[in-house]
Design a protein around this ligand. Structure first.
Ligand SMILES: [Zn+2]
Length: 158
């Protein structure tokens, strides 16, 4: 068994040094995801490679913050409200059997939440899904992703 350890530069990562999410904010589509929209405090991205269509990541967009507890209560309330709005939109658009919300940050400690639709025929019915089961090797077709992102954007604009 491989011994696991926090990366040697963990304190720097927590502080936001070379943070890849800070670097990606506001830049729109990239190789991993399609931009959906930006709310008051968070940005929404739709993942390109996943076995769970509609899987979005909500990213705190007002500077580097590692923990939701680093936000003041008003900011934190706003963040979770935006996360839940995305969950509501994903649920309406994709009709999953359950929604999961994962706020981890164990690799990139910049506040973000994985908004995961769970499906009847998904890889881990009735329980938590493993990280490797969420992702797919190949991206969904670009046109389909853009249609999905536009639908989510319209639902979030309401
Ligand atoms: Zn950051």
């Amino acid at each position: 068994m491989t011994e696991r350890a926090w990366p040697g530069d963990w304190a720097d990562r927590m502080a936001g040094k070379d943070c890849p999410l800070c670097g990606a904010l506001g830049k729109g589509d990239d190789d991993f995801s399609v931009g959906v929209c930006a709310g008051e405090v968070a940005e929404v991205r739709l993942e390109r490679r996943t076995r769970l269509p509609g899987y979005c990541v909500v990213v705190w967009r007002l500077g580097h913050v590692a923990e939701p507890t680093d936000l003041d209560p008003g900011q934190a309330g706003r963040y979770w409200a935006e996360v839940l709005a995305v969950g509501r939109a994903v649920r309406a658009r994709f009709s999953p059997v359950k929604m999961n919300y994962m706020t981890l940050g164990n690799t990139v400690p910049h506040l973000h939440t994985h908004v995961l639709p769970r499906y009847r025929d998904d890889p881990a019915p009735g329980g938590p899904i493993e990280w490797r089961q969420i992702h797919a090797p190949d991206p969904a077709p670009d046109a389909e992703l853009r249609r999905q992102a536009a639908d989510l954007r319209a639902l979030l604009d309401r």
